[in-house]
Ligand binder design. Structure first.
Ligand code: NDP
Length: 308
């Protein structure tokens, strides 16, 4: 028998937990499917210094642990299973996990996040958290006064690079082509910045360093020549993949695969809401995700009241 709930939440990052906190306090008895690796992207980061309320840095895993405990104390039912299938054709919506657990929901909040793409180099994996990062806003401050590289040529790469010029000594953008994908406005901002340097037509062969990043070895794709560039940090900005595959085309997505919402976290299906990185390719911050997790829960509550 499927577990029948007023609200089911999928995800276990700041958006999902915040939605759960608001839903449980509204008396909606939410069920949260958190995936096998609970905690979202923050569970894999180190110090978080930009989440309000923590005068001393808190680690990503600790922050997520606190959010989970807060949910548990308030009475949220948390199931650490991965949702593989949903049917959103009509309410109640059905949800099924890879382990075969089933639930029915009058309202559904999707907060499954997005995963940063990496280059796939063994040296990149080995040095992640030791100078390799996919989040300039989160980790840039730890590279104060150092020289760093940003990999990519899109808006994220340039935004990250511009952000990093404020804290680091020098930022080198390394792009695999000689033409940026970033918007003209972003390019304008970046081009005049004296702290930015550019390496065109180059791919990363290896990130150098034993216990911490000391540089990168880049290969010129036109000449085939390799050279080493010293730097203390490498920021990977080659895009994100929103976790929407399990929706199987049942919600309207944008060209990048992000769930389309109307500014109030409402999706193309009435009764289904989305919050956090799965619907936000722009800000991707714990605090903005938490904010729209709250909006999604308030909108779900409003929706259920209007249906009653
Ligand atoms: P994009 O997909 O736009 O850009 C990814 C970049 O990474 C491209 O330049 C791509 O190169 C490069 N890349 C991809 N894979 C590799 C690889 N394996 N090795 C080397 N380079 C690689 O992603 P973004 O995250 O930049 O942006 C996503 C969306 O969010 C966009 O729509 C963007 O406009 C938007 N955005 C808007 C912002 C704003 O307006 N302030 C800020 C941030 C994002 P290539 O160009 O050769 O394909």
């Amino acid at each position: 028998m499927a577990n029948s709930r007023k609200v089911v939440i999928i995800g276990s990052g700041p958006a999902a937990y915040t939605a759960a906190i608001y839903a449980v306090r509204a008396g909606l008895d939410p069920l949260l499917f958190g995936g096998v690796m609970m905690g979202g992207q923050l569970a894999t980061t180190t110090d978080v210094e930009n989440f309000p309320g923590f005068p001393e840095p808190v680690t990503g895993p600790d922050l997520m642990d606190r959010m989970r405990k807060q949910c548990e104390r308030l009475g949220v039912t948390i199931v650490p299973e991965f949702v593989s299938k949903v049917d959103l054709s009509k309410p109640p919506f059905s949800i099924e996990t890879t382990e075969g657990k089933k639930a029915l929901a009058d309202a559904l909040i999707v907060a499954t996040g997005a995963d940063a793409r990496y280059l796939g180099l063994p040296s990149e994996t080995r040095l992640r958290g030791k100078g390799v990062s996919a989040c300039a806003t989160c980790d840039g401050f730890f590279f104060k006064g150092k020289e760093v590289c940003v990999i990519g040529g899109g808006d994220t790469a340039l935004e990250d690079a511009l952000f990093l010029t404020r804290v680091t000594a020098k930022v080198t953008v390394i792009h695999r082509r000689d033409k940026l994908r970033a918007s003209n406005a972003m390019q304008e901002k970046a081009r005049g910045n004296p702290k930015l340097a550019w390496v065109w037509n180059a791919i990363i062969e290896e990130i150098l360093g034993a216990d911490a990043v000391t540089g990168v070895r880049v290969k010129d794709v036109k000449t085939g020549a390799s050279r080493e560039l010293p730097c203390g940090g490498v920021f990977i900005a080659v895009g994100h993949t929103p976790n929407t595959a399990f929706l199987a085309g049942q919600l309207k997505l944008d060209a990048g695969g992000y769930i389309e919402t109307d500014g109030r976290c409402r999706t193309s299906v009435p009764g289904v809401f989305a919050a956090g990185d799965v619907m936000d390719p722009h800000y991707r911050q714990a605090v903005t995700s938490a904010g729209n997790g709250c909006v999604a829960a308030l909108e779900a509550e409003r929706h259920l009241a209007s249906e009653a």
